[in-house]
Design a binder for this molecule. Structure first.
Ligand SMILES: Cc1cc2nc3c(=O)[nH]c(=O)nc-3n(C[C@H](O)[C@H](O)[C@H](O)COP(=O)(O)OP(=O)(O)OC[C@H]3O[C@@H](n4cnc5c(N)ncnc54)[C@H](O)[C@@H]3O)c2cc1C
Length: 250
């Protein structure tokens, strides 16, 4: 189930899209069949390579959304309006289409149930994807590691996996989810508003004495701000792991 030798992992493989699922108006999950897929750890990503008819190639990284327990790797791609690759993956690809990928990649930004908790997961936008793989793995293994997810989205409609997150919380197995919205709010919104700041982190995070494992993922500006705030709050830097998805703020 778990990844094999690095040399095998970095082979380009032909994958088929076996299902697609819209997560938000701008984000779509692609479920893939990948012959020879060696398995992965929650938090790892893969590279997708597209080749145009004239031979031009473009390559981008996408986190695995699926847990290792699922034999079919899945990614969730958010469409960046002026992007080269994401509009094709999120809009054009259909069931049965092929694409090239290699992976899994990365070993630092990973969590498995055996590492235990408590866990603090902080996501901005599509940064939820690798954290969702961790939460799905946590549920699949019946882990009781206490976990808190703090998840910043632009609007209610931009929240990935909303219903599934509600179902995971309803299992009542030690997971709490705090949403914050940075732009338009529904009139009946009961979550938080505004960007994640030090005060919100202090409220949601565990205390330094509880030695949490923190995973922070999203746009670079959010990741920098959150990681700095956590360290300033007294958390051990080595326990605050980060993954940056994009060059800009959300
Ligand atoms: C390890 C890793 C994992 C990733 N996982 C995911 C994932 O699970 N889902 C996902 O949707 N994306 C993920 N990304 C981002 C992804 O690799 C691409 O950067 C993104 O899809 C944009 O590619 P593009 O070709 O459409 O845009 P580009 O043509 O590369 O860029 C177009 C414009 O958008 C800006 N831009 C690029 N990326 C982003 C971004 N992420 N946010 C905001 N603006 C951006 C660029 O500065 C540029 O102005 C991940 C990135 C890394 C490094």
């Amino acid at each position: 189930m778990v990844a094999t030798a690095p040399t095998r992992r970095l082979i380009w493989r032909q994958a088929a899209v076996v299902a697609t699922r819209d997560e938000t108006p701008r984000a779509r999950t692609l479920v893939l069949a990948v012959p020879g897929w060696p398995g992965h750890l929650p938090g790892q990503h893969l590279d997708v390579r597209l080749t145009a008819e004239d031979g031009y190639q473009a390559q981008r990284s996408y986190s695995l959304a699926s847990p290792p327990e699922d034999p079919r790797p899945a990614i969730t791609v958010e469409r960046i309006e002026d992007g080269e690759v994401s509009p094709y993956l999120a809009n054009e690809l259909r069931q049965g289409d092929q694409l090239e990928l290699r992976g899994p990649i990365g070993g630092y930004f990973t969590w498995t149930a055996g590492q235990g908790g408590p866990l603090l997961l902080v996501a901005g936008g599509s940064g939820i994807v690798p954290l969702m793989a961790m939460l799905r793995h946590r549920a699949a293994t019946g882990s009781a590691a206490p976990a808190r997810l703090l998840y910043s989205s632009r609007t209610y409609d931009d929240i990935f996996y909303r219903a599934e997150l509600d179902r995971l919380v309803a299992r009542d197995d030690g997971l709490t989810v705090v949403h914050t919205l940075t732009r338009r709010l529904p009139t009946d919104w009961s979550g938080r508003r505004g960007r994640i700041d030090r005060a919100l982190l202090q409220e949601v995070a565990w205390t330094p004495a509880e030695h949490m494992h923190a995973f922070v993922c999203g746009p670079s500006a959010l990741v920098e701000a959150v990681a700095t705030a956590l360290v300033n709050l007294g958390h051990e830097p080595a326990r605050v792991k980060t993954e940056r998805f994009g060059p800009t703020g959300s």
